[in-house]
Design a protein around this ligand. Structure first.
Ligand code: DGJ
Length: 739
C-alpha cells in the first residue's frame, strides 16, 4: 500500500511525507508540469490552478494551443525549441539532424523499493516510495523515465533520469540533466561552495541575477573549484528561518548546476553531468542513466537544511558498517616523514603511536617500489624492497601485534612516466592522437574508461588487501583530467571518455569495497578535489583539505558543514609552523580545530613527538571521550565571522553539548560575546563543566546565550578560566545536561 505517493484521475502526482510535498501533473497535451515543492499539503487540489494563462507577445504557443507557452510553464523535464527558450533538461540530435523532440506522458509505476542505479552510486531506500514516470517522443522513439523517491523520515527527494532509444536510429545526446527544478518567481539568493587546493569549501552567498549562472566543473573530477551542491533560498533566509531548496549531485566527474532566472522570473535549476564537452551516441536499444540528484526542502533556514543533509548522508549514503561508529584515531606518516618511510621507522612510530593512545598507524605515500619523490613509481604497487624488505603484509602484522590497526595510502588512478606500468602500457593513459599529454604532479591519469585498465588495478588492490591485515585505505587522486580521450573509443565516442572514466572508477571502488567490507576507506583528492556524495557512497570518510592549520581550516569546515556531517570528515593535528601557510599555532588550537571531525589523527615528526608527548597524549584522551558523540551528534554553525567562529554539537542522547569557540586575532578592550545555542531542551538544566562550573537552563542558552570566554589580555575575573591570550586562541566548552 502506497502511503506517500498518490495520483489523481486528472494525472496529478503528489509525493508527500508528514513535512514536505512535491507535486506535478501531466497537462492535457501530455507535458509534465511542475506544480509544487514545499511544506506538506494534503492533496494536489489547487496547485495546478496557480498556472495562469495569458497572451504574450514575442513568445510562442506550444503546437498552437492558445495561451500555452512552455516559456512560462514550470516543467519537470523541459526540452528546447518548442516554445521554451530556456536551457533544457535534455538536448540531443535526431536522425534528421535537428534537436526537436517532444516528450509526452506515457505511463507511470510506483514501488515501495528504491532500485539501485545501474553502474552509478545512489542513496539507499528503506521506508521510502519510488515513482517512475515514463515520457515518450512518438517520432524518434526516445523514452525518458523520470525516477523520484520520497522518504518518510527525511525531507529529501531523490531524482534520476534514464534515457532509452526505442527508435531505429542512433540519437546523439548533448545534455542529459538528472533533474530540473522550476521554482516560482521570487527574490532568491544562492549559496554555493567554491575553492582551490588547501582553500576548499568557501561558502559564497549571492543574489540571484536575472541571467543564467552555472556552478560547474570541467576538470573530470567534481573538484575543489565548485562542489556539486547548491542552496537556493528566499532572500534574507538565515540559519534558522526562511525557505531553502538544497540540491546535491551524487557524481564525481564534471558536473553542472545551471540556475536560470528567465524573462518571467521563474528560476530553473538544472543539475547533472556537465553538457560542456559531452556527447554520447545512444544506439537503438541502448539506455543512458543519469547520476542521482538529491533535493532538500525546509522553511526553517540553512541550519535545518544542513541537519537534513547530515542525517540523510549518514543513514542512507554512508556505509552502515561504519556510519555510526567512532573512527580510530590515527598516526599518519605524511607530514611527519613525507617519502622517507621504511620498516624500522614505521615500527618505531607504531610504538610511539601506541604510547600516545592512538589506535591506528597509517603509512601514507612513499612505500612502493622506487617512490622516493613524487616524480616516480605511481602504478607499481609493490612494496619497495629496500625500505620494506619483509613486505607490507608482514609490516601490517607487526603493527597489529602492537595493538594498533594498520592503514595504507594508494593512488590507483595514476601513473608516473617513470614506472614499469607506463613503460609496458603507454596507451593506458588518457590521451589523444598527435598531442603530447599534459603532466600534473609528474603524473598521467590512467584511462579508466577501459575495462582492461580497471581490471588490472582491481587485481593490484586485491593483491595488496588479500593479506587480511589492512584495516584502512586512504584512496588519493592528485591531478585533473586533460587530453581526456581513450585509445579504445572510436572518434564519434571520444567525448564519452570522461563519463566512461567515472563509470570505470565506480565499478572499481564498488567491487573492491564489496570484496573487503571491513576495510575503512577514506576518499582524498589532494584534499577536497573530489569530495562528493558519489565517492562517499563507497568510502565512509573523506579528507576535506590538505590545509591543517587551525585557522586555515575554519572556513573549510564551516563551508563543508552546509552539506557534510562530522561523521564523514577527517582531520589531523599537523606541524607548526604549518607546512601549507607557515602559521605558528599552539597544539591546543590544532586539537580544537580537529574536534568536530569524526576521524581524528596526528602527523608530526618524531622530534615534535618527543617534545610534546604529554600534551599529545592528553589531547587524544580528551578527544576519545567525545568520539561517539561527534560521529552521531547534531552539528550547528552558531556563527562564522571574519575573526571568530563558534560551532555546537549536541550528542545524540542530548546529554552533552560541545561548543567550539575559535578566536583568530587578538585585540585589546574586546566586547563580551555570547553564543545563542540551538535545539536544546528549554526546560532542562545544563551544567558548564568549566569557565566557571555554572548552570544554565536550555531556554537561557538558546535565547540569552552562553557567555563565551574572553581573550583580552587585561582579563581579571579570577573565577573564569580564560582562553589562551593572543592570536589563534581556541577552546571547547562542554555542557552536561543535569535534569
Ligand atoms: C595528497 C594528499 O592530500 C596528502 O594528504 C598526501 O596523502 C599526499 N597526497 C601524498 O602524496
Amino acid at each position: 500500500m502506497n502511503t506517500m505517493i498518490s495520483v489523481t484521475d486528472e494525472r496529478e502526482f503528489l509525493l508527500s511525507n508528514a513535512r514536505i510535498s512535491y507535486a506535478f501533473r501531466a497537462s492535457p497535451q501530455g507535458i509534465l508540469e511542475h506544480l509544487y515543492f514545499g511544506n506538506h499539503v494534503s492533496g494536489a487540489a489547487g496547485l495546478a490552478a496557480s498556472i495562469r494563462k495569458t497572451y504574450r507577445t514575442t513568445t510562442a504557443e506550444f503546437e498552437g494551443v492558445p495561451y500555452y507557452h512552455l516559456a512560462d510553464t514550470p516543467q519537470e523535464y523541459p526540452l528546447f525549441g518548442t516554445s521554451d527558450f530556456r536551457h533544457p533538461a535534455l538536448h540531443g540530435v535526431n536522425a534528421d539532424g535537428n534537436s526537436i523532440f517532444t516528450l509526452r506522458y506515457d505511463s507511470h509505476r510506483i514501488s515501495s523499493d528504491k532500485p539501485a542505479l545501474p553502474g552509478l552510486p545512489s542513496a539507499r531506500g528503506g521506508d521510502s516510495e519510488t515513482l517512475v514516470v515514463t515520457l515518450k517522443d512518438a517520432v524518434y522513439g526516445l523514452t525518458v523515465d523520470l525516477n523520484y523517491t520520497i522518504y518518510r523520515d527525511y525531507d529529501v527527494v531523490c531524482r534520476s533520469t534514464t534515457i532509452t532509444n526505442d527508435g531505429q536510429h542512433t540519437i546523439e545526446l548533448l545534455n542529459v540533466a538528472s533533474s530540473c527544478l522550476d521554482l516560482p518567481a521570487d527574490d532568491y539568493e544562492l549559496l554555493h561552495l567554491h575553492g582551490t587546493w588547501a582553500r576548499e569549501f568557501n561558502a559564497e552567498r549571492i543574489a540571484m541575477p536575472t541571467a543564467r549562472c552555472v556552478i560547474e566543473s570541467t576538470r573530470g573530477t567534481s573538484s575543489a573549484a565548485h562542489n556539486p551542491f547548491l542552496a537556493v533560498m528566499e532572500k534574507d533566509a538565515t540559519e534558522t528561518s526562511g525557505r531553502v531548496y538544497g540540491t546535491a549531485l551524487m557524481y564525481s566527474g564534471s558536473f553542472a548546476i545551471s540556475i536560470e532566472k528567465g524573462e518571467f522570473e521563474e528560476v530553473r535549476v538544472l543539475t547533472g553531468i556537465n553538457p560542456f564537452n559531452f556527447r554520447w551516441q545512444l544506439e537503438p536499444g541502448a539506455s543512458f542513466n543519469s547520476p542521482e540528484v538529491l533535493q532538500v526542502y525546509t522553511d526553517r533556514g540553512l541550519s535545518s537544511m544542513s541537519r537534513t543533509w547530515h542525517r540523510f548522508i549518514q543513514d542512507r549514503i554512508s556505509e552502515p558498517r561504519f556510519a555510526h561508529s567512532a573512527r580510530p584515531s590515527y598516526f599518519n606518516t605524511w607530514e611527519a616523514a613525507y617519502f622517507n618511510v621504511n620498516e624500522t621507522s614505521i615500527l618505531r612510530l607504531a610504538d610511539r603511536a601506541k604510547e600516545l593512545g592512538l589506535e591506528m598507524l597509517v603509512v601514507d605515500d612513499g612505500w612502493f617500489e622506487g617512490r622516493d619523490s613524487e616524480t616516480t613509481s605511481l602504478g607499481d604497487w609493490q612494496p619497495d624492497p629496500g625500505k620494506f624488505p619483509s613486505g607490507i603484509a608482514a609490516l601490517a602484522k607487526q603493527v597489529k601485534q602492537r595493538g594498533l590497526k594498520f592503514g595504507i595510502w594508494v593512488e590507483p588512478e595514476m601513473v608516473n612516466e617513470k614506472s614499469k606500468l607506463y613503460q609496458q602500457h603507454p596507451d593506458w593513459i588518457l590521451h589523444v592522437p598527435h598531442r603530447k599529454p599534459s603532466l600534473g604532479r609528474y603524473q598521467y591519469v590512467l584511462d579508466y574508461s577501459r575495462a582492461d585498465v580497471v581490471e588490472h588495478m582491481f587485481n593490484q588492490l586485491d593483491e595488496l588487501l588479500s593479506c587480511g591485515s589492512i584495516d584502512y585505505i586512504k584512496w588519493d587522486m592528485n591531478r585533473l583530467m586533460t587530453e581526456a580521450g581513450s585509445a579504445l573509443l572510436p572518434a564519434e565516442r571520444q567525448l564519452e571518455t570522461p563519463h566512461r572514466y567515472i563509470l570505470g572508477l565506480y565499478n572499481l571502488v564498488q567491487r573492491i569495497t564489496a570484496k573487503y567490507p571491513d576495510v575503512l576507506f577514506e576518499n582524498c583528492a589532494s584534499g577536497g578535489n573530489r569530495y562528493d556524495l558519489g565517492m562517499l557512497r563507497y568510502m565512509s570518510q573523506g579528507w576535506p583539505s590538505d590545509m591543517v592549520d587551525p585557522v586555515g581550516r575554519l572556513s573549510i569546515l564551516n563551508g563543508a558543514s552546509y552539506l557534510f556531517p562530522p561523521s564523514v570528515l577527517a582531520a589531523y593535528v599537523g606541524p607548526s609552523p604549518n607546512h601549507q601557510n607557515g602559521r605558528h599555532s599552539s597544539l591546543q588550537a590544532r586539537f580544537d580545530a580537529a574536534f568536530f571531525c569524526a576521524a581524528r589523527g596526528i602527523s608530526l615528526s618524531e622530534a615534535d613527538l618527543d617534545r610534546d608527548a604529554d600534551e599529545i597524549r592528553e589531547g587524544f584522551a580528551v578527544l576519545r571521550e567525545s568520539a561517539d558523540d561527534v560521529v552521531n551528534g547534531a552539528f550547528h554553525r552558531v556563527f562564522h565571522r571574519a575573526n571568530e567562529t563558534c560551532w555546537q554539537l549536541t550528542s545524540a542522547d542530548g546529554n552533552s553539548v560541545y561548543v567550539g569557540y575559535y578566536h583568530v586575532l587578538s585585540a585589546p578592550n574586546l566586547p563580551f560575546k555570547k553564543a545563542l545555542l540551538r535545539d536544546l531542551d528549554p526546560n532542562a538544566e545544563y551544567r558548564l563543566t568549566k569557565n566557571p562550573a555554572s548552570t544554565y537552563t536550555g531556554a537561557a542558552l538558546m535565547h540569552s546565550g552562553l557567555a563565551l570566554p574572553w581573550v583580552d589580555v587585561l582579563q581579571y575575573n579570577p573565577e573564569l578560566e580564560y582562553m589562551d591570550k593572543g592570536d589563534f586562541s581556541t577552546c571547547i566548552l562542554v555542557l552536561e545536561k543535569v535534569t
